[in-house]
Design a protein around this ligand. Structure first.
Ligand SMILES: [Zn+2]
Length: 352
């Protein structure tokens, strides 16, 4: 006898649906097990094999725990705010609410077809007013405590689509949607003061069983850094050129300084700078690169010397030449670094 997959699957999926087989009950007599997957972004294209790969591991665990007598909560939802939906709505003239609902319906149907044992009675949609009022509430609480703040940063901007793009959506300096050249544009954005919790987050890592490379990623993301701010002088002015360094002990090894091409000091003293044409040409080149490309460690360092302006070493009083280079960014630190080629690989590359 031939096994008919479609028939057997449809039969059981109907029974699971009717009997709410995988709904978590309020049964406190059983031990609890909570399995959480990253909720999908419901794009118009539907699910891809990566979703199935990502959810199958916990699917197996959740099913095993049920058989072992646990009261399992295996929820699902849709992380549904996003640029693709916004652009699709603009393109087709369809209301984003309608687009989102259609996409969620498609994903729901597909997830059920795969046979995942999610608790569909608790499904959430992040674009649902009853959901995001709490996101907003949490944000307000953080704002009240000074944990959410606004600051300037450079963003990837497509002048044609008039949207800000993620690094992923602007690779190679081109807009993913219309293939126009993107530019780096200064913009006010919101930040969360995660660094306030760096110690707590690092301690928390001791309680989880992560692979060493995942643990390192987390540590880098938490980004706790111990160092010092140092003010350099600028020759012939009262200006202070502020840098941040994790190696203040190498201060005597400074042979030059590098500024982000967008550093405000350049515009401010433009009349003293002898090679503004070369600097402006370099800035225009940088504006086409994404922050990600600029931060790449393995690449040739480029830059231009600032003629007619130099810094003063805070301890020795020596004149320190100034350069601009795209590996220094306004969005990180102070937008200026002291360069110590003897102790830092990037500085050494640039010096060469
Ligand atoms: Zn575009």
């Amino acid at each position: 006898m031939q096994y008919n997959f479609a028939e057997v699957e449809a039969k059981w999926q109907k029974i699971w649906e009717e009997k709410q087989t995988f709904a978590a009950s309020d049964d406190h007599s059983k031990p609890k097990f909570y399995a959480l997957v990253e909720f999908p972004y419901p794009s118009g294209a539907g699910m891809h094999v990566g979703h199935i790969k990502a959810y199958s591991g916990l699917e197996v665990v959740a099913r095993k725990r049920r058989l072992q007598g646990y009261n399992v909560l295996f929820p699902i939802g849709f992380d549904a705010f996003g640029l693709p939906t916004e652009n699709y709505a603009i393109k087709t003239g369809m209301h984003p609410r309608k687009v989102t609902d259609m996409n969620i319906e498609k994903f729901t149907d597909q997830l059920k077809h795969v046979g995942f044992s999610f608790d569909w009675s608790r499904v959430i949609d992040t674009t649902d007013e009853d959901y995001y009022r709490w996101t907003q509430w949490i944000f307000l609480k953080m704002f009240e405590k000074g944990l959410a703040f606004r600051d300037k940063t450079l963003v990837n901007y497509c002048p044609s689509c008039k949207v800000v793009l993620s690094n992923e959506d602007s690779q190679g300096g081109k807009c993913d949607i219309c293939h126009s050249e993107i530019v780096q544009k200064p913009k006010d954005v919101w930040y969360l003061r995660i660094t306030e919790y760096a110690d707590k987050l690092l301690e928390g890592l001791n309680e989880v069983d992560f692979l060493p490379n995942i643990r390192l990623q987390q540590e880098n993301w938490i980004g706790k850094s111990t160092g010092a701010f140092v003010n350099f002088g600028v020759k012939g002015t009262d200006e202070k050129l502020r840098i941040y360094t994790t190696r203040p002990d190498t201060l005597f090894g400074v042979t030059f300084m590098v500024l982000a091409p967008e550093h405000p000091i350049i515009e401010k003293y433009a009349d003293r700078i002898a090679n503004m044409d070369a600097i402006n040409a370099y800035k225009a080149e940088c504006a086409k690169k994404t922050e990600f490309e600029r931060a790449q460690l393995v690449k040739d360092k480029t830059g231009t010397k600032i003629e007619g302006l130099c810094a003063i070493h805070p301890l020795t009083g020596e004149e320190i030449p100034l350069y601009i280079s795209d590996y220094v960014m306004m969005g990180y630190g102070t937008g200026a670094i002291m360069a110590v080629p003897a102790h830092d690989e990037r500085d050494y590359d640039f010096a060469k």
